[in-house]
Design a protein around this ligand. Structure first.
Ligand SMILES: C[S@@+](CC[C@H](N)C(=O)[O-])C[C@H]1O[C@@H](n2cnc3c(N)ncnc32)[C@H](O)[C@@H]1O
Length: 219
């Protein structure tokens, strides 16, 4: 997909800035959204979780600390290098296309998570692929931008990472999906939305993110 290429090129360019922003805790909202996604995953009591678009691996490390086996994949090699260097968990340089081509290459999981890592206009192929890799009682957790924080209709936007506390050399294209859009995408890819959450800033204001939790629809 042409849009995947542009998205991945931006991550190659932004890898160092992202690593700094995450490791130095420069993204304020993450204090809330990290805890929220961890709670959402642990609510399903998984034993083995696939972290898709894992970046520098913080979520796999947190799951590992809770006794949960975690496998992280990401196409941005420098981020996987940083994840491996930090320890816990298994990390592989893989694009979503690689998983689409062979959904069971990393085995079966009872949890699959995308933490701010789905940016395509049509993520159906990867959503279908992870549907194949998840056990019947498993869950899919997606954390993404809350629709209340985005003006206008579904469509392409540009992320400039303003306020992330580090200089990001590349603009990242990303597709804004409405709530109805997410529901349709999940249904079409074989998932049933069972829960949605909007983690809030304790200081008030708009929700900091949207968390979608889905279970596989029976074949
Ligand atoms: C905003 S970062 C989030 C990283 C991590 N999930 C976290 O919470 O810190 C998005 C990540 O998704 C990865 N990514 C985006 N599209 C991808 C694709 N098609 N294949 C593999 N990785 C992808 C990028 O390389 C980047 O590391």
């Amino acid at each position: 997909m042409a849009d995947s290429k542009a998205i991945l090129a931006s991550w190659q360019a932004n890898a160092d800035a992202w690593l700094t922003a995450v490791r130095e805790q420069r993204i304020d909202s993450r204090r809330v959204t990290n805890a929220a996604v961890l709670d959402a995953i642990k609510a399903g009591a998984p034993r083995r979780v696939l972290d898709v678009g894992c970046g520098e691996g913080w979520l796999c490390r947190a799951l590992h600390d809770d006794g949960i086996e975690a496998v992280g994949i990401d196409a941005t090699a420098p981020l996987i290098g940083a994840a491996r260097a930090a320890g816990a968990g298994r990390f592989e340089v893989l694009g979503y296309d690689d998983l689409v081509a062979d959904p069971l290459r990393l085995g079966q999981f009872d949890g699959v998570v995308f933490n701010f890592a789905l940016f395509e206009a049509d993520p159906s192929p990867i959503l279908r692929a992870v549907r194949q890799a998840v056990s019947p009682e498993g869950r899919l957790i997606i954390q993404t931008v809350h629709p209340d924080r985005v003006a206008g209709d579904a469509g392409w936007r540009e992320e400039r990472f303003a306020g992330f506390g580090a200089a990001f050399p590349a603009v990242m294209p990303w597709y804004f999906h409405s709530m109805a859009g997410w529901e349709r995408l999940l249904l079409d890819a074989g998932w049933r939305l069972i829960h949605q959450m909007a983690p809030a800033d304790p200081a008030g204001g708009l929700p900091l993110s949207l968390i979608l939790i889905a279970e596989p629809r029976p074949d």
